[in-house]
Write a protein that binds this ligand. Sequence first.
Ligand code: G3P
Ligand code: MG
Length: 252
Amino acid sequence: MTSQTPFDLRWFAHRGGGDAAPENTLAAFETGFHAGFRAFECDVKRSADGVLWLLHDDTLDRTTDARGPAAPWRWENLQLVDAGSWHSARFKGEPPPSLDAVLDFAARRGVWLNLEIKPNPGEDAATGDAVARRAAQWSAAHPSVPAPLLSSFSHPALLAARAVLEAQHADVPLALLVEAYSAQALAQAVALRAQALHTDWRQVTPDTIAAVHAAGLKLRAYTVNQRDVAQRLLADGLDGLFTDRLELPRGL
Ligand code: G3P
Ligand code: MG
């Protein structure tokens, strides 16, 4: 257990534990937690048999010892792949987690999750629907833990999520991810009744922060790995950021 003061909820450990552990694994979340993080971003997609699990890419190539597109894989086989060795020998054999295992972590630690919906190609609406259903169900069962923030670059995924949340009267926040900030992107986020817009930090200026705040939304930025940039953006009023550098928040 860390003896240092935990970081506030503006600071998200990117992909669970930034660059200190294999991305999107339970080892990453534990590493991020012990570094002081209490908010965590991760990437969620569906297995061929409908299990929600964590992977960033469309393929298994970069972050596991398996190869090829992720979409055809069933969970019984996915949970056997090694998602740790690519990072370093000490994480050899670390499996990819199911979303449910990550939700268990959040409940155990009382932390905030940002679930980035990262659909397999062609599965946008189905993945948005499934993540929203699970988040709404979990959130209702864990009222003392912050409801997961659901984000996506996929507008269809967020539309499907919004439909589920509306039908269930579920208070689960959404965020639209965009590579480039624009007035149109902000309007799209407003129409989704999103809580926030998430964008590349290079897109963030005092004017973009002011415009997003004037629309009643929060603005967060990925992926901020430089201390001076983090300091400047937060001083300008940015509401949150995603970092790979677990030591970055220390002293800021
Ligand atoms: O959700 C913020 C950030 O993770 C978006 O980009 O490619 O790292 O998932 P990416
Ligand atoms: Mg992500």
